[in-house]
Design a protein around this ligand. Sequence first.
Ligand code: KIV
Ligand code: ZN
Length: 385
Amino acid sequence: MKKIDIFDTTLRDGEQSAGINLNTQEKLEIAKQLEKFGMTIIEAGFPASSPGDFDAVNKIAKTVKNSIVTGLARSIERDIDTSWEALKVGAQPHLHVFIATSPIHMKYKLQRTPDEVVEQAVAAVKYARKFFPLVQFSAEDASRSDLDFLARIVGEVIEAGATTVNLPDTVGYATPEEYGAMFKYVKENAKGADRVKLSCHCHDDLGMAVANSIAAVQNGAEQVEGTINGIGERAGNAALEEIAVAFHIRKDFYNVDTGVNLVETKKTSQMVSRLTGVVIQPNKAVVGRNAFAHESGIHQDGMLKNRETYEIITPELIGAKDEPLALGKHSGRHAFKDRAISMGFELTDEQLNAAFIAFKELADRKKEVTEDDLFFLFTNQQTKN
Ligand code: KIV
Ligand code: ZN
């Protein structure tokens, strides 16, 4: 089986979503859970972007020892110095530097010529390698870059000391065929590409982030980047839990091992949802509350005869054994409040009242109200105020 690394950027790219603002304590709680989930690398933030980010990255690097902890930096010495101060306490200090390589980004955003961009990228990687044993270089907007230019800059940063090269689909524009072909091209044409790890990083603007990530792995990527629940800028990033479960369920086809501890999937997903306030859509693959619900008579009948008729993923696999609650339509407000607290929610009286009314309505309609239903009711109220 081919081993691939999982690079989680929930706390950096994920936190860039509109409306999300995690404090250091919350980030630390998520990072510890990501470590349990088996993430190879955790991108804890962007240390030079704010004192709060610096502090969170530093505390996570001090605490997490079974995953590599990294931080993002622009290709400038000031960012690299700040990142070193935040990350040097880590077990294996790792830095993620980036610069844009597409014509539109170089011309309008950076206002630099392609030669100047190569020069800046090479200087940044060389400088970073003075401190960090592990340096990842990202060619931002790689999927809209000229392929020959991409192969050139990748070859030069490898010579400068990059240990991983990431080729992001920054704006979620690529199709799986194109994205896979880009990896094949770079692997075959960039000098030294066989000596480093290639990484993929996909955004979901056209709903293809997971498919694009899988196409990259089929064409030589050995690292997949993404976030829990697919949170991130605009339409979000590739959802890591979907990728990990897809590779597991279809190992007969892909022959890939992610090393992810799948039984922690549901817990990780719910923690990220609760702390970010981003509600998980009910029909979301793998972690949506309807992912294991069978409504139609024909499906229920099939399930009773043999679960495999309609169930390709078991709830047990992802740690989602969703037992009916002891709470029902006769339960009181007190027990309801206790349950919210034990699930980690801190709701105001107003939010609790609204959730309780919604719970009673649901209990009237459904025979069995589950913990997943309750989780949905609580997160829904939490995001309202
Ligand atoms: O989407 C992107 O290009 C990024 C880079 C900073 C890696 O998030
Ligand atoms: Zn991104």
